[in-house]
Design a protein around this ligand. Structure first.
Ligand code: 13P
Ligand code: SF4
Length: 300
């Protein structure tokens, strides 16, 4: 089966766009209308005038697209592609925390379920987490669910008091200073670019900390030729495409998010063919969750 041409044909027929996160396999990225980090994809989906959005990524990302474009059909080709970190936060626990800290603003990472977004004041992605927290007037911030991202930005904003949810990304949390020491020894001339979902003791050893898109920009603009990459290996596809003369090493062997790898060309084709694995959400959840996502998109 020529999946590529069939997907392109069905895309036209359905008046659909395909969007892909930077952790997706290269062939999925190559067929997508838009490839990006969580923030770029949210903005792109909010602005599209197509009828159907096919989201090659994980569940919370497709949910965000649905919240921002409730009249559109949003499909997730791999319906079991979840995010373990998003599943670490629960509504009941968050409500209790809000009661305990009534003065606090609730800032939630987009890596959360729609039900959690509906309980929050404002969302953030890794690329604008610091800006979002600075934009909030409250001194106390309940930050969830990623304690690593929260701790990494808290260092830049000492004037705020943070209450962290104890969540983490299993893929990024597996990094330790030992990985950095080994990579620095093996590649002494390389710069180290890392995602802020890593533990703070690892982030502080990096030359650069940023979202997937920001890591690509950093490596592309740099005069240096060699880099160690501290995030999911799907990012190598765009890094190598944009920088054919540069060398990239992974900070850790087998650095993958298994859920991001569940999307295949076959599943993407079948999803478009049968219009299946549609994201549906309660109207009430959409209304409340859209406030926190739209506030995020409005942060300059
Ligand atoms: P960004 O692409 O926004 O950096 O996020 C990475 C991630 O883990 C998404 O789940
Ligand atoms: Fe979730 Fe981590 Fe995978 Fe991102 S990389 S989708 S945070 S498990």
């Amino acid at each position: 089966m020529d999946y590529k041409n069939e997907i392109l044909r069905l895309k036209e027929e359905r008046n659909a766009i395909v969007v892909a996160h930077l952790y997706q396999d290269g062939e999925i990225q190559d067929i997508a209308d838009m490839v990006g980090d969580s923030f770029e994809l949210s903005r792109y989906c909010a602005d599209t005038d197509k009828d159907v959005i096919v989201f090659c990524g994980v569940h919370f990302m497709a949910e965000s697209a649905k919240i921002l474009s409730p009249d559109k059909t949003v499909l997730l080709p791999a319906p079991d592609a979840g995010c373990p970190m998003a599943d670490m936060a629960d509504v009941e626990g968050l409500r209790k925390l809000k009661e305990r800290y009534p003065e606090a603003a609730v800032v939630c990472y987009v890596n959360t379920t729609a039900a959690i977004k509906a309980e929050c004041d404002i969302c953030c992605t890794s690329s604008i987490a610091e800006k979002v927290v600075r934009s909030v007037h409250n001194k106390q911030i309940i930050f969830l669910p990623d304690r690593n991202l929260g701790s990494n930005i808290a260092k830049q904003i000492p004037e705020k008091d943070f209450i962290f949810w104890p969540g983490f990304c299993p893929t990024h949390n597996a990094l330790s200073p030992m990985h950095v020491a080994e990579a620095r020894e093996a590649y002494p001339n390389a710069l180290l670019a890392i995602h802020p979902e890593v533990p703070p003791e690892v982030a502080e050893l990096a030359d650069y900390v940023g979202s997937t898109k920001q890591i690509i920009e950093y490596c592309t603009k740099s005069d240096k030729k060699e880099f160690i990459i501290g995030t999911e290996e799907g990012i190598l596809h765009q890094l190598k495409k944009k920088n054919p003369d540069k060398i990239f090493h992974m900070l850790k062997y087998n650095f993958i998010c298994p859920n991001m790898k569940k999307t295949t060309m076959e599943k993407l084709y079948e999803s478009l063919r049968d219009m299946k694995h549609e994201i549906t959400l309660d109207k009430d959840i959409i209304e409340r969750a859209s406030l926190s996502l739209e506030r995020m998109l409005a942060v300059k």
